[in-house]
Design a protein around this ligand. Structure first.
Ligand code: HEM
Length: 115
């Protein structure tokens, strides 16, 4: 499974597609798009964990925080869509999702990669 860990490109592809599906589902709720998004959550997790266990890092704590950020971001994205579907207020979880996504992306790019 080298292709998963030789570079971060597969991981980046999975979360970029997930973000696109998330914003499409938010504007125009659709069960199909939401199911597609859930599939991409799984792909993000697989590629993220593969990188996590492979990459040697001088800074394990930041890697831990990066993983936590990714997990929380996925949780908040899912909560945002489910609350919208149920007609509940979702402004708070949506703002949280955006904030955690931003932190995760900054942290991800700040990490040294294959160091
Ligand atoms: C929506 C969720 C996520 C976003 C937006 C995201 C974003 C990113 C970004 C921007 C990078 C940097 C890529 C690069 O430098 O080439 C990255 C790398 C990485 N991600 Fe994620 N990620 C997410 C979820 C996860 C999850 C759930 C995990 C762990 C299970 C994870 C583990 C990693 C690891 C280990 C790296 C390698 C860090 C490095 O560049 O050294 N990510 N991610």
């Amino acid at each position: 499974m080298d292709f998963l860990t030789q570079s971060t490109h597969v991981h980046i592809t999975t979360w970029v597609i997930a973000l696109i599906l998330f914003f499409v589902a938010l504007r125009k709720p659709s069960t199909g798009i939401h199911m597609g998004l859930r599939l991409f959550y799984v792909l993000i997790l697989i590629t993220g964990f593969a990188l996590f266990v492979t990459f040697d890092s001088l800074n394990p704590m930041l890697y831990g925080l990066k993983m936590l950020g990714g997990l929380v971001a996925i949780g908040l994205m899912e909560m945002t869509l489910v609350r919208k579907k149920k007609g509940k207020k979702n402004g708070g979880v949506f703002a949280g999702a955006l904030a955690v996504l931003l932190i995760t992306i900054i942290l991800g790019f700040a990490l040294p990669g294959i160091a």
